[in-house]
Design a binder for this molecule. Structure first.
Ligand code: NAD
Ligand code: AHE
Ligand code: ZN
Length: 368
């Protein structure tokens, strides 16, 4: 079949809207009509050529929601007309990782996914006979996409696509890092670096968990108002204080119980660790740093009891947890609507990247 898609033909070039050829679902796969997709900073990072797994030409996008239109042989867990969210972290429920009870990082298809291919080692997308690569196993910047059955979460049908697509990455990543990875408890003090599409969800997760002080840190002063809307109690602009680590440690009587990096900047990651309380403070790396970047600190920071951890997709097991997070949204336990600052057509998708780089959007969503 044919599908309209925004294709990344080359790094650092705007996406081009073209009609692609799409092969139908094979064994264990489903065809999904994407109804809406968010634009995450990770899409921009890959488009900017900073992703060591970045491939071109490819169809980016990994924060979508849509409807199953066709199922391939052997598919049993979903059927046509089901509403689903594609999962860049699938959940096979059979691999060592899924069965460990210790991680959400399913390993069933990770190798081919990182090569821009379906589990059988081929792509379903092509343009004028040339292979176009998949991205993060999702490729939601295409109106239709093919996904493995284990990489879709079935969600309730009354959830609007325009907002629930955000659960496909940003909401789950931010809220999940608080409740699944850090396991923030009532009364804990939390510091969040980077108040974008992820950081604001960390803030609302911390508020939901009953955190006491929720300190937001951002270079963009406009983010203060955004943070306060979701439960931030204090705002710090690093440009207004001398040493941001010292400032936070003093402010929180020894430091944070939990801190979160939502910037992808390795200098910020170090600050996030070092603003943690001696003896127990834990810093969670969420931000994705460019290929080749490394983190550093004095080992003494760890010897004296600070912990450095990371979180992918908020530690959420996609097929199990994503439908529950959509329920939290539909039951007003968490907010999504105010964070969707821009709704665009596929033809306008490059504007969504510009708005992100200019710091003017929280989430831009493309509606097909
Ligand atoms: P975004 O562009 O919406 O927000 C980033 C925010 O960080 C902005 O408000 C910006 O002003 C702020 N910032 C940048 N440099 C800063 C600095 N030096 N100090 C303080 N604030 C600074 O991006 P997003 O969509 O929220 O994504 C944030 C990061 O999380 C990205 O690196 C993205 O790739 C990553 N991410 C990771 C996961 C995961 O599963 N681990 C999932 C989604 C996104
Ligand atoms: N491809 C990059 C790594 C990118 C990365 O860490 N991705 C996160 C999700 S970001 C969503 O916006 C993730 O899930 N990581 C775990 C995994 O298995 O990819 C690189 O450095 O090569
Ligand atoms: Zn993302």
């Amino acid at each position: 079949m044919k599908t309209r898609a925004a294709v990344a033909f080359e790094a650092k070039k705007p996406l081009e809207i073209v009609e692609l050829d799409l092969e139908g679902p094979k064994q264990g796969e489903v065809l999904v009509e994407i109804m809406a997709t968010g634009i995450c900073h990770t899409d921009a990072y890959t488009l900017d050529g900073l992703d060591s797994e970045g491939l071109f030409p490819s169809v980016l996008g990994h924060e979508g929601a849509g409807i199953i239109r066709e199922i391939g042989p052997g598919v049993t867990s979903v059927k046509p007309d089901d509403h689903v969210i594609p999962l860049y972290t699938p959940e096979c429920r059979q691999c060592k990782m899924c069965l460990s009870g210790k991680t959400n990082l399913c390993s069933a298809i990770r190798e081919t996914q990182g090569k821009g291919l379906m589990p059988d080692g081929t792509s379903r997308f092509s343009y004028k006979g040339e292979t176009i690569y998949h991205y993060m196993g999702c490729s939601t910047f295409s109106n239709f996409t093919v996904l493995p059955e284990i990489a879709v979460a079935k969600i309730r049908e009354d959830a609007p696509f325009k907002t629930s697509c955000y659960v496909g990455c940003g909401v789950t990543t931010g809220v999940g890092a608080v409740v699944n990875t850090a396991k923030v408890k009532p009364g804990d003090n939390v510091v969040v670096f980077g108040l974008g599409g992820i950081g604001l969800n960390v803030i609302q997760g911390a508020k939901m968990a009953g955190a006491d002080r929720i300190v937001g840190v951002d270079l963009n002063p406009d983010k203060e108002e955004w943070g306060r809307k979701f439960g931030m109690t204090d705002f710090v602009n690093p440009r207004d204080v001398g040493n941001v680590v010292e400032y936070l440690v003093n402010m929180l009587d020894g430091g944070a119980d939990y801190s979160f990096d939502c910037t992808g900047n390795t200098t910020v990651m170090r600050q996030a660790l070092e603003c943690c309380h001696k003896g127990w403070g834990t810093s969670i790396v969420i931000g994705v740093a460019e290929a080749g970047a490394e983190i550093s600190t004095r080992p003494f920071q760890l010897v004296t009891g600070r912990n450095w951890r990371g979180s992918a997709f908020g530690g959420a097991k996609g097929r199990t947890d994503v439908p529950k997070i959509v329920d939290w949204y539909m039951n007003d336990k968490i907010q999504i609507d105010p964070m969707i600052t821009h709704v665009l057509s596929l033809d306008e998708i490059n504007k969504g990247f510009d708005l992100m780089h200019e710091g003017k959007s929280i989430r831009s969503v493309v509606v097909y």
